[in-house]
Ligand binder design. Structure first.
Ligand code: ADP
Length: 780
């Protein structure tokens, strides 16, 4: 419905009505919209229009920044609207609700000075020209499609609107529903308003919406990408604000402390979850009285966590040549061991990311396992830390106690990392075979988690609570007895056995390594203490009895101490220790030269035993006395050895004839079997052959060769079964200058492990049954 303005200033040529120049907004017929009006002229136009018939011409400015628009600043097409409601806000601002009524061309703009008026000419909103239905249908589908995509960016768009658009089959209604509800650029909207052909209108709408959707998509992507960094920034800002308030409330000092914790935590670059956890703790701190027990616990916790080497990695430049030099410089001999270690290092060098390679250095104490591990760390350019597992029986030793426990601490693994000060150190787990498990939990399962490359990237210590990445660390373990390592742990390790040393090797180690090392440690120059070669040999032979060189090193240290005292007190300028002086410095000899029988004797046989300190020569003595068939076994023998003795007696009865033994000996003689050094407990089946030989010798009166030693388990029928620890046992035989060693035939392949020096010096006899043993050992 058209209306003429009944104003005195109306002209005959068209409708004249009050007008408002719109900035960035375009009205449409039938569209209800509200907008704020601030410019005086616009406010006046509305007030005057209200006093009139409430009609208003809304026309958009080309540019939003123009303050006092002239006709040329306005589009030529606008909308006549009806004012529905006006709300006056402070500062002379007006909120206006209007509904578009019809489209009109601007014929003339009349500036009254205080208000704007316009002469307008009504024009049809939609042209009546016929349009192609198929084309319209296709366009409608496209518009619906793009609107659906558009609405996906606005989750709060009403569902009903979406439904009504998607089901709309009238092109005009579809155009209006979409145009009125989409946030399009005002220039696009103006084009849509000016165009009157519905087909053109829909296609322009489609183009505008498509580009809008593209822009939205891009915006979303950028938002996603920047969201994280903004989130972090905002969080930090938020925390600092919070802290400022805390500081105000608590006073500077306490606030400062919490602030320091928070900035330290933020500096750690932890994952979000861990960081939140720590920030929560720091936040708790601000709410507690500073001297309370709880505050102390939290501070202790935060101090410990912050002290860990989060993300601190040492960069390693490794070369095999350098590694080889380091290993050779630090250690004498150990050729095979060094080779295996260099292979391990080569693999690490070619593939630093390799996981799950764990070396276990196995062998008796004092043979250099720990010091080899240190050299490996040096060669790999890593920090070194040692965790002793001997006697660990509580899971909490590995994993720590919950921080709420009184005196709680992190476990040994985390402590080692703390000591190493790097997140990729070499950690040595010493004596992994000595882990015990009992009711307090199974420490070996915690160890499994530590060593498992699949799990250890998020190792959880009970005290630390947040996960620590252990996957970049290198682990090495040591063990005296591989068979005592729990199976699942052993499965993860590559065992490298270290042999015990011969006397020559010990001599070289002492001369080239231990003496220079101890001299340095005691602040002595090489010229101030000279230890004669013979003196060194004497210490090795008569003062130590070990597979390794630990006691030897202790004695050398003792010589250095005594020398240092002499020099410091001015008693001497330099000291030379000769063979005969050893006694003066170190006291009486600790061991007799050898327990082995040096003369062919009746009833005495050199056995070979394996103990945790390596192999030893263990003679067995048998004495036969008139009596009533009693069997006496002495020398702290274990049950298995006692059984071996019984087997030996039964076997000897069965072959008494062959060796000229009185068949009634078991009734008329008492038998006493003894293993000297009675205080040392001994057990195991491998003394079977030795006991039988001693028994046959004692009963038959035939002497046994003193230059022979033997080892082997026996069966009742005289078969000789395989034994363990061949390398160590043969080493012991070699040290005692034994010429022939009888070993079970089944152990023949193990000779490969035996040291070359030993193989060169000893003749081996392989026994399948006891007759071979007796024939070799007894003197006919
Ligand atoms: P383990 O860990 O096997 O008990 P250690 O590594 O503690 O033994 O060795 C004891 C001492 O002997 C250390 O001072 C070590 O340097 C020294 N040592 C052992 N084997 C050798 C060797 N082959 N060459 C030089 N020094 C050695």
């Amino acid at each position: 419905m058209e209306q003429t303005i009944k104003s005195d200033k109306s002209t005959e040529s068209g409708n004249v009505m009050y007008a408002v120049a719109m900035r960035g907004l375009v009205a449409f017929p039938k569209m209800v919209m509200h907008f704020d009006v601030a410019r005086d002229k616009s406010v006046a136009s509305i007030e005057k229009a209200l006093k009139n018939d409430g009609k208003l011409f809304l026309v958009t400015q080309h540019e939003t920044y123009v303050d006092t628009p002239k006709a040329s600043d306005l589009y030529k097409v606008g909308v006549v609207a009806e004012i529905k409601q006006v709300l006056k806000l402070p500062d002379n601002i007006m909120k206006v609700l209007v509904e578009g009524v019809y489209k009109a061309n601007l014929v003339r703009l009349i500036d009254d000075g205080d208000a704007l008026r316009a002469e307008v000419k009504r024009t049809p909103t939609y042209s009546r020209a016929k349009y192609d239905m198929v084309e319209a249908e296709a366009l409608m589908r496209s518009v619906k499609d793009v609107f659906e995509r558009y609405s996906s960016y606005f989750p709060r768009m009403p569902k009903e609107l979406l439904v009504s658009v998607m089901t709309q089959d009238d092109p005009i209604k579809l155009f209006e529903a979409v145009t009125f509800n989409c946030n399009l650029n005002y220039r696009d909207k103006q084009t849509l308003l000016e165009e009157s052909n519905i087909i053109n209108k829909l296609s322009v709408l489609f183009a505008c919406l498509t580009s809008e959707v593209e822009i939205l998509g891009l915006e979303n992507l950028i938002n996603e990408q920047t969201k994280n960094s903004i989130d972090k920034g905002q969080k930090e800002y938020y925390l600092r604000e919070q802290l400022r308030v805390i500081q105000e409330q608590l006073g500077e000092d306490e606030g400062d402390e919490a602030f320091n914790y928070i900035s330290d935590i933020m500096a750690l670059k932890l994952d979000d979850k861990s960081q939140d956890k720590l920030l929560k703790e720091a936040d708790k701190l601000t709410k507690l009285p500073p001297s309370s027990q709880e505050a102390f616990v939290i501070k202790n916790y935060l101090d410990t966590v912050l002290d860990l080497p989060w993300g601190k990695y040492t960069k390693a430049k490794m070369s095999i040549e350098k590694a080889e030099n380091i290993l050779n410089k630090d250690h004498y001999g150990l050729k095979k061991v060094k080779e295996r270690i260099l292979e391990f290092l080569a693999v690490h060098m070619l593939n630093p990311e390799i996981k799950g390679q764990i070396i276990c250095l196995a062998g008796p104490p004092g043979i250099g396992k720990t010091s080899i591990a240190k050299s490996i760390a040096k060669a790999m350019g890593r920090k070194y830390a040692r965790v002793s597992l001997g006697g660990v029986r509580d899971e909490a030793d590995i994993r720590g106690h919950r921080k709420t426990y009184v005196g709680a601490m992190p476990g040994r693994v985390i402590t080692a990392l703390q000591q190493a000060g790097s997140a990729n150190p070499l950690i040595l787990f010493d004596e992994i075979d000595k882990l015990c498990s009992d009711i307090k939990g199974d420490p070996s399962s915690a160890m499994l988690e530590v060593l498992d490359s699949e799990q250890n990237n998020a190792f959880r210590d009970h005290f630390i609570e947040i996960p620590f990445d252990l996957s970049k660390a290198v682990f090495i373990t040591t063990a005296n007895d591989v068979s005592a390592i729990p199976g699942p742990l052993l499965d993860r390790m590559e065992v490298i056995e270290l042999p015990s040393y011969t006397a020559e090797e010990k001599f070289h180690i002492a001369k080239e390594h231990l003496i220079p090392k101890q001299l340095k440690e005691h602040g002595l120059k090489a010229s101030q203490l000279k230890i004669d070669d013979k003196a060194i040999h004497k210490i090795i032979q008569l003062y130590t009895k070990e597979a390794g060189v630990r006691t030897l090193e202790r004695y050398i240290a003792s010589l250095c101490r005594k020398t240092a005292k002499k020099i410091a007190s001015g008693e001497a300028k330099r000291v030379t220790i000769k063979e005969k002086d050893v006694h003066t410095y170190l006291g009486v000899e600790k061991y007799s030269p050898d327990l082995s029988s040096k003369q062919d004797q009746v009833g005495v046989v050199n056995g070979l035993a394996w103990t945790s300190v390596g192999g030893v020569l263990m003679p067995i003595e048998v004495m036969v006395l008139d009596g009533s068939g009693k069997i006496e076994v002495t020398g702290s023998l274990g049950d298995v050895m006692k059984e071996s003795a019984k087997i030996a007696v039964s076997y000897v009865r069965s072959v008494a004839d062959k060796y000229g033994i009185d068949p009634n000996f078991h009734k008329e003689k008492d038998i006493h079997i003894h293993a000297p050094e009675g205080a040392v407990p001994k057990d195991g089946p491998s003394a079977g052959v030795t006991m039988t030989t001693a028994l046959v010798s004692a009963l038959s009166g035939k002497a046994v060769r003193a230059d022979i030693a033997m080892t082997g388990e026996i069966t009742l029928h005289g078969k000789v079964l395989a034994i363990g620890g061949l390398r160590e046992k043969t080493m012991a035989a070699y040290k005692s200058e034994i010429k022939t060693v009888i070993i079970p035939f089944a152990n023949k392949p193990d000779l490969e492990e035996v040291d070359d020096v030993v193989k060169d010096a000893i003749e081996f006899v392989y026994a399948e049954d006891l007759s071979t043993v007796l024939d070799t050992a007894l003197i006919k």
